[in-house]
Design a protein around this ligand. Sequence first.
Ligand SMILES: [Zn+2]
Length: 479
Amino acid sequence: MRRFPRLIFLGALLLAGARAGADGLPDLGELERVGLSPQTERRLGERYMQEIRRDPAYFDDPEVAAYIGQLGQRLAAHVEGGHPSFEFFVVKDAVLNAFAMPGGFIGVHTGLILAARSESELAGVLAHEISHVTQSHLARSFGKQSQAQLATLLSLAVAALAARNNPDVAVGAALAGQAAGIQQQLNYSRDFEREADRLGLGLMEQAGFDARGMVSFFERMLQFGRLYENNAPGYLRTHPLTTERITDMENRVAQRPYRQVADSEEFGLVRAKLRAQEGAPADAVADFATQLREHKYLSEAVVRYGYAHALLRHNRLAEAAAEVSILRRLKLESPLLETLDAQVRMRRADMQAALQILRAGAQRYPHARALTYAFIDAQLAAGDAPAALAGTQRELQLTPGDARLFAMQAKAYALMGKRLQQHRAQAEAYLLEGQLGAAVEQLELARKAGDGNFYEQSQVDARLRELKQRKAEEMRRRH
Ligand SMILES: [Zn+2]
């Protein structure tokens, strides 16, 4: 769990190195990119993401991920001139933080999602991060670097990445020493902060959020930072927050008409689910029970939904099932209730009921990706590999770039004893996660499996040749 901050530090390393080399203030009017091309930025970001996806702190919950993704895309849709791609992801960490990496990858800590008091507050942080990306603040920080310095920084970063998977203490210690020094310097410049605030507020308005949410959240963070000086939230260390910045934001917001924006039900449900995962299971259960007893809530359904998740986690299955029944009576209508219901049934060993709920749910909410995953997972758990396989094939026609579906497909083939197809699907899953080496290994295994026909065998050969070539090109680029 605590390994994760080292990755964050890598981003810091790149930023800090750039800052050391830059003299004077960056020209904010300058629109052309300097230092790094968008392609290089994206490649760099993808390299971080490969590591992050394998990190235990990477929060792989498709419902939470889908919610953050939708919220982020709703804001990103209003970026002037458009931006090729954004990817939002969640990190399981109680520290209040959010960060933008090169190439449009934006991470949000669970702690920050839980600390937001309204959806507009959460949207405010995302809008701010999106603006750091669209304004190429990272690339512009690199601007005054020579290519040689840049290369050194990059190789340091890559060495540090490698060190995480290689218990070479000497390398680790040397890097840790540098990290301590560099981390002190990490932050965006004040001009970049102001620019991200200004553009972020614009995005929020256009996307229909209450721009005051950004101000109130940052204001609270500033107060919090004063209280805990040396333990300030991670966010404040990378995004210097001053009273002046808050006043700037307040002035901008004051000129706009007041706008009351209700939170979506999903915002409440996702936060309740996260809260149910926090701390000891018994404490989470007790916390929701207190809220229910004291009627301390805006929505009873949201609290009961969290309560059911906490009970499930605490292995109190009958009580969890009772809460689901109440949620049905309260007429909570959400794909999140369907997956919860199915999960409770599965834990109570009622596989048939779980499958029925998921089948009906997937028909009712065809766009709820997490529900589809849960349905295919349940089919696999029930041993119905052909149905699971058909499900993945159908879904992959709609979203061919979905690594999770390929991984499920590999499991289905494994259950059916089709080894060539199993490794072939697993190779595609790895490839989509950016793990080229692992993908090549899987194709080698597929080749040796010996249970495919001539046609399948030659497909594997062709794909293997293609990936090996790609790997060689990548090696050349790195040297
Ligand atoms: Zn910032």
